[in-house]
Design a protein around this ligand. Structure first.
Ligand SMILES: [Zn+2]
Ligand SMILES: [Zn+2]
Length: 383
């Protein structure tokens, strides 16, 4: 694993890249159904710098995949025409959402888009649901794309919250299916209370409007759907403004949802034959030493398998630091864009870092880990 991780490390980035990427990262607000906000991200970065958190960066070579090749004319992944959509080559993207949760493309549309872009593999990782996977798998079979079933869970304990990605589990696992259904029920109850709050605030948006934004295939209604409904009804000018004024933590429409503890969520994924990976560690609201300590104890005490070191909103320094951390702890490394389509139009599919997708070797390592953990599962249901 350490060797796999180190294989993707090299040299050769232009000197302006780190500052350019920092500016880009600060311009991006986190408007998927994540707990973080742009200001949170900014203060996290500032805190990191003052804590000397980049001490390892100068000693580390930078990942060769970060050689920056701007995609001229690339429009954020919103154009679905194969003739005008530039390809991005044979890399992978292990983090993307569909209309089964808060993405704007159906599972089949997402898979077709990944295929047109030339991705070698794609993971569908909807929030709290496996509902998009069957359609994604059959579309992937049609176009010959390597589809990795996944899921994204919110987790929290006394040390804080973060998102956890699960991969390679048995799609028929009963405990996993039951727990996800419970989480969706609890989320629906939270949404209804948010609807009551919208009415109490006199906002001209109903839960029917919010549901219309999610579409009839959605198994999960999330805050981006509220944001789009608020925008459509003229309450706010943008999804980002909806989060800033109403939906982020502490704002008038924000209500926490019931979540699993990291330990329970990891055990659930392991019980289903899968692996558990901390999503976008750069958006976790801890300074660098505290995050490294958190990841280490999750790995040691709860069995965390990996971290999403390559992520569309990570800076060069973030990525260096997380690759180093993963190598030190013997953790898997994954990489994903967190593509949501219209819900996060600034995040293109397949663009994980430096304008490129993640390296295919990451998926080989992930599958090797799955095979060593679950020799009994068939390749078909642990892909
Ligand atoms: Zn997330
Ligand atoms: Zn996500």
């Amino acid at each position: 694993m350490v060797i796999d991780t180190l294989m993707v490390i090299g040299r050769g980035n232009p000197p302006w890249l780190p500052s350019f990427l920092s500016v880009v990262a600060l311009c991006l607000s986190s408007i998927c159904d994540c707990p973080q906000s742009r200001s949170d991200f900014h203060s996290w970065q500032t805190g990191m710098s003052s804590a000397g958190a980049f001490a390892f960066s100068s000693a580390l070579p930078t990942p060769s995949l970060l050689d920056f090749t701007p995609l001229s004319g690339y429009n954020g992944g919103m154009n679905t025409s194969p003739r005008t959509e530039p390809g991005i080559g044979k890399g992978i993207d292990l983090h993307a959402h569909t209309t089964a949760s808060d993405g704007s493309l159906s599972p089949a549309e997402l898979v077709e888009k990944a295929h047109r872009l030339g991705l070698a593999a794609l993971a569908v990782t909807d929030h709290d649901t496996l509902g998009g996977l069957a359609e994604a798998q059959s579309a992937a079979g049609r176009v010959g794309l390597d589809l990795v079933p996944g899921v994204e869970l919110s987790v929290e304990d006394e040390r804080g919250r973060f998102h956890l990605l699960g991969y390679g589990f048995d799609l028929e696992n009963e405990a996993l299916g039951r727990t996800l259904a419970d989480l969706r029920r609890s989320r629906a109850a939270r949404n209804a209370r948010m609807g009551d709050r919208m009415a109490a605030l006199g906002l001209p948006v109903t839960m029917d409007d919010v549901r219309a934004e999610a579409g009839e295939d959605a198994e999960v209604i999330a805050r981006p759907h509220f944001a789009r409904a608020l925008m459509k009804h003229g309450v706010v000018a943008s999804v980002a403004e909806a989060f800033d004024r109403y939906l982020s933590t502490g704002k008038p429409l924000y209500l926490p949802k019931e979540v699993l503890t990291p330990r329970d969520a990891i055990a659930l994924l392991h019980g289903a034959g899968g692996v558990a990976v901390m999503a976008h560690p750069g958006l976790v609201l801890l300074d660098a030493p505290a995050l490294a300590d958190r990841v280490a104890s999750l790995a040691q005490d709860a069995g965390l398998d990996g971290i999403e070191a390559y992520y569309s909103q990570h800076t060069l320094e973030d990525t260096d630091r997380f690759l180093f951390l993963a190598a030190r702890l013997g953790l898997l490394v994954t990489g994903g864009s967190d593509f949501h389509g219209l819900a996060k139009p600034h995040v293109p599919l397949g663009v994980v870092f430096g304008g490129k997708p993640a390296p295919p070797a990451l998926l080989d390592s992930l599958r090797a880990r799955l095979a060593s953990q679950n020799p009994i599962l068939t390749p078909a249901n642990r892909r």
